[in-house]
Write a protein that binds this ligand. Structure first.
Ligand SMILES: [Zn+2]
Ligand SMILES: [Zn+2]
Length: 397
């Protein structure tokens, strides 16, 4: 590992920031304390601060020399509505809210890099530090873009990191092309005619129809989609009826669709609508379909992914970088930034939980688990990566 000595020396300071943020988790678009802390630290280090993008987002701008190149480094700041089970000192002080996705660590790693770059950075160009709100289902990245993020702070490329439990601590995973999936949700409302359960011929059964639709939808994955295109369709809810002897008037089912391309998603949505509508028609029921596209797929551009992998190898060594990491069907709103700019999203191993402090709750250190905690050993790794990435990127022609 080639970590930056000044960053290693600042470990306890950065860890202090991480634990303060962990202890005061804030949900999407409510990150006022966190953004205040971020803004005050950036200002303290002499970085130009802009606030209010995407409501609670913060942007720091650091410019040196006359270089025209610019790079965007992004961290997310929001927490989740989870009751934390850990009892260590930096546990959540906010009931029902918790940093269970490690965004406290992401924010701290980027702050660590910002401090170093402001105090010791040798580069020529502009570094834009982006602290975004509301990654967890609030599309905070999109909100910042809508508020003029890239018009006000143009960047040549944009980069992001997510900690990754299960991957050894300090290892990086990255890949060209899709690294995370699009996230979409659907709901199908079926209206029939209720009846006595013993006299079904008097009605039009929405429960039977819902089951036929549920079965039919899986044919999209096995019969319509090209086998080599990755996609998941999961029905996660089916609701109908209140009594064993009554066929109800209505039924509904809902679920999620994940894909790596918009073309596959277009196909799945069209087939889902057709199967729902034609199946309902076949059984004399009516149907209403809603299909919501939440986050697009996170797709890394080739040059930036290769560049990021090169920097990772310099920081942690060849044997700690997987540059063809298996993509995940999870989703991430950094995808909205990658629709605007070339760039790269990567995983940083959080370890298997061996870093647990005393007072760690039972259960694994997995993302969105009530016993999760960000691995502080990663702080100098992530910060060193950010510094090397920005410095090297700006030195390129
Ligand atoms: Zn999350
Ligand atoms: Zn996350």
């Amino acid at each position: 590992m080639k970590l930056i000595p000044e960053i290693q020396a600042a470990q306890s300071e950065i860890q202090g920031l991480r634990r303060t943020i962990h202890a005061h988790p804030e949900l999407r678009y409510e990150e006022t304390r966190t953004s205040e802390l971020v803004a005050s630290k950036l200002a303290e280090w002499g970085i130009e601060v802009h606030r209010g993008l995407g409501k609670t987002g913060v942007v720091g701008v650091l410019k040196r020399g006359n270089g025209t190149r610019s790079i965007g480094l992004r961290a997310d700041m929001d927490a989740l509505p989870i009751q934390e089970l850990n009892t260590f000192d930096h546990r959540s002080h906010n009931d029902g809210k918790m940093h269970a996705c490690g965004h406290d660590g992401h924010t701290a790693m980027l702050l660590g890099a910002a401090q170093y770059l402001a105090q010791h950075g040798q580069f020529d160009g502009t570094i834009v530090f982006i602290f975004q709100p509301a990654e967890e289902g609030g599309a905070g990245a999109k909100a910042m873009i809508k508020d003029g993020l890239f018009e006000r702070f143009p960047v040549d490329a944009i980069f992001g990191i997510h900690n990754w439990p299960g991957m050894p601590a300090g290892f990086f995973g990255v890949t060209e092309g899709p690294i995370m999936a699009s996230s979409n949700e659907f709901r199908i409302d079926i209206s029939g005619i209720g009846s006595h359960a013993a006299l079904p011929h008097n009605g039009r059964d929405p429960v039977f129809t819902a089951v036929q639709i549920a079965n039919g939808l899986q044919s999209i994955i096995t019969r319509n989609k090209k086998p080599l295109d990755t996609a998941v369709l999961s029905i996660t809810q089916i609701h109908a009826g209140d009594a064993v002897n009554v066929v109800p008037n209505t039924a509904w089912l809902a679920g999620t669709v994940r894909t790596f391309t918009t073309q596959t998603l277009d196909l799945i949505e069209a087939r889902l609508r057709k199967i729902a509508e034609s199946t309902a028609e076949a059984y004399d029921c009516s149907v209403e379909v809603s299909f919501l596209r939440n986050y697009p797929p996170t797709v890394n551009s080739s040059a930036e992914a290769q560049f990021a992998a090169e920097v990772m190898r310099e920081v942690v060594g060849d044997d700690r970088v997987d540059d063809k990491v298996e993509p995940t069907m999870g989703a991430e709103d950094f995808s909205f930034m990658l629709l605007e700019k070339p760039g790269c999203y990567a995983f940083l191993g959080n370890g298997d939980g061996g870093h647990r402090d005393a007072g760690h709750g039972v259960g694994p250190c997995m993302l969105h688990n009530a016993s999760y905690d960000f691995n502080d050993q990663l702080l100098p790794v992530g910060s060193s990566y950010w510094v090397q990435l920005a410095t090297k990127f700006l030195s390129q022609q």
